[in-house]
Design a protein around this ligand. Structure first.
Ligand SMILES: [Zn+2]
Length: 615
């Protein structure tokens, strides 16, 4: 079986072409892991004949999947004939290894083994790893920072000078072309960028923006609750628009940041993540509410939603008897004397757990910001290993793809010749409207752009920009922002919820989101430019608009574009169960998104140069 498709033919619009591209992407994928395992000095298949002769070129792998792939000029995601040969060799070798392991010639058994060993894209596995480490926006930011540091990005402190002419020895390192930098704000938001080799002040920033936060219950400022029915509960408040019923009967824990008083009097903020399930929100038995399946599950978030931490009797037996003295008092009326956390605000068991994890004393804990989190690990699933089951896919999938694409693009040789900057902005607080210091409605991104531009301007006052006073405005007018947030794949059990011409599917490309009422910032021009970047690399895209009889969600896109004037497109990877404690998406979609974002960095300047707006 041989199927060849030229990159240009895969670019034709229409569902048939998109389906073909998706199938080819999938077929190619199967061979990936085998390729990496077997080949050390990596062969590049150059023959298109069925004999599949191999030749060795450099030590570089040209398979289209290796991590180094993104370091070079972007290419069509797959060279399809080569992929097919790889696939054939994979199947022939897995067939022989299967027969050596088992003497059975049972075809159905062989098929089952083959399915279970299908390898998802490497980038999807990396995303799962990132998700498992990133239970909160704080952790997502920290983990992003670590990956950036490893890739050579340098931290810039917001409270120090960015001016290259600063005589202050305590200032940030001077910004230079080909340099890579990042800024963190509130431990929950990160802006990173790399300057092109031919960057001059006033050049545009090509930005992919996403968000690090997800809906979850958060512990209340006074989380200690009155003992009820012999149980100790934890007071929580809902953050964002979660599908709250999905949080019932899950094995939950807490994670976030804790303020600690150190011996020398300093106050330090440390991240914490309790891996074991320490809390649970039990549902009410069907026997006590027999109408629930007909009338719907409508929990009262104040009274029915408090997680149980322990029984009072066990807590007392273990020496945590603080609750006893408050037994008949409402804890909410008992916080007047507390200004520094401690046992008047939170149950001593919570403090003890945190202290154990942070290797400190409970008295050292001043306060904390803790999310309730699901302890079930994110994982690859589905009969053919084609899904990711996880919390926080919205929007850590976009965050991770943006991060990885920037890191890859920062190593790409094309950066040396690039005029402009490549950037990401991973904001906090999108789920609650983005209006915060670390949200998309805040100043963190625009300040980074301004300071980078002005810093370079002051150091390059003799160059072509000549230290012009309106370099910021020039830069913003030349910039382009991809607002990346997850999209709704059509749900096979609720197909009527999608408009019939706009039904995003798994494995068919990043979704471009449109809304006439500006809930998304997409325009015909920005949609074209984003699509065109993908098209030049043979990557499919899809379109979405909400039905007229339904409300439309929104993103950081309209907020950031209105504040900055930067041309913006709203896009997202299709997923199901959005805002559930456990969401679902396709592994191939991670790969497609990552490649599309790389193609964006690679192609956007070229695409932009060909766009003319007549006034
Ligand atoms: Zn989102």
């Amino acid at each position: 079986m041989k199927l060849l498709l030229s990159p240009s033919s895969s670019l034709k619009s229409g569902p048939g072409a998109a389906m073909m591209t998706a199938k080819l992407l999938l077929r190619g994928r199967r061979s990936q892991h085998q390729h990496h395992r077997v080949v050390r000095r990596i062969p590049v298949l150059v023959s298109t004949s069925s004999s599949g002769s191999n030749t060795f070129s450099d030590n570089e792998c040209d398979c289209g999947f290796c991590p180094s792939w993104g370091m070079r000029m972007i290419k069509p995601p797959l060279s399809f004939n080569r992929i097919q040969q790889q696939q054939q060799s994979r199947y022939s070798s897995s067939s022989s290894s299967s027969s050596t392991k088992s003497s059975s010639n049972d075809d159905s058994l062989y098929e089952r083994k083959k399915l279970s060993s299908i390898e998802p894209p490497t980038v999807a596995k990396e995303l799962v790893e990132y998700l498992n480490k990133s239970w909160t926006a704080f952790h997502a930011t920290k983990n992003a920072e670590e990956l950036l540091k490893k890739a050579g990005f340098v931290k810039l402190d917001e409270d120090k000078s960015w001016s290259s002419s600063s005589s202050n020895s305590n200032s940030n390192p001077p910004l230079k072309p080909n340099g890579k930098y990042y800024v963190v704000r509130n431990q929950s938001c990160i802006v990173a960028f790399c300057l092109g080799g031919e960057y001059v002040p006033g050049d545009g920033f090509h930005i992919i923006a996403a968000h690090t936060d997800s809906p979850c219950p958060k512990l209340k400022p006074v989380s200690k609750r009155k003992e009820r029915a012999g149980c100790i509960g934890v007071g929580v408040q809902p953050y964002g628009g979660g599908l709250w019923h999905t949080w019932f009967d899950r094995d939950l824990s807490v994670a976030g940041r804790v303020l600690l008083k150190k011996n020398d009097g300093r106050v330090q903020s440390e991240l914490v993540k309790i891996e074991r399930p320490i809390v649970r929100i039990p549902s009410l038995a069907i026997h006590l509410d027999r109408e629930i399946n007909q009338s719907g599950f409508k929990p009262n978030l104040e009274t029915n939603f408090a997680p149980i931490l322990a029984t009072a009797i066990k807590a007392e037996l273990e020496g945590f008897n603080n609750n006893r003295e408050n037994k008949n008092k409402d804890a909410n009326n008992d916080n007047s004397s507390s200004s520094s956390g401690g046992e008047t605000m939170h149950h001593p068991i919570i403090l003890a757990i945190l202290a154990e994890e942070l290797k400190c004393e409970p008295e050292d804990i001043i306060d904390f910001e803790l999310n309730v989190c699901d302890t079930q690990k994110s994982q690859i699933g589905g009969a053919t290993n084609e899904f990711i089951f996880s919390g926080r896919l919205d929007n850590l999938c976009s965050s991770f793809c943006a991060l990885k694409a920037l890191i890859d693009a920062s190593k790409d040789s094309s950066l040396k010749k690039h005029k402009g900057a490549r950037a990401i902005a991973l904001f906090d607080n999108e789920e609650v409207g983005s209006v915060s210091t670390s949200g998309g409605g805040g100043t963190v991104m625009i300040e980074a752009i301004k300071r980078a531009t002005l810093s370079s301007n002051s150091s390059n006052s003799s160059n072509s920009s000549g230290g012009e006073s309106d370099v910021i405005e020039q830069c913003l007018a030349k910039s382009f922002l991809v607002s990346a947030d997850m999209a709704h794949a059509i749900h096979p059990n609720y197909t009527e919820k999608h408009e019939e011409q706009h039904q995003p599917l798994f494995h068919k490309g990043v979704v471009v989101k449109h809304n006439a009422n500006q809930r998304y910032a997409t325009t015909a021009l920005t949609a074209y430019m984003f699509r065109e970047c993908a098209k030049l690399s043979g990557i499919p895209t899809q379109e979405f608009v909400v039905k007229n009889d339904m409300g439309c969600g929104s993103t950081i896109g309209p907020i950031v574009s209105a504040q900055t004037g930067i041309r913006t497109v709203d896009v997202g990877v299709p997923q199901l169960s959005m805002h559930s404690v456990r969401e679902m998406m396709g592994t191939e979609d991670v790969d497609i998104c990552h490649k599309h974002f790389l193609a964006f960095y690679e192609n956007i300047a070229k695409v932009d140069a060909n766009v003319q707006m007549s006034s």
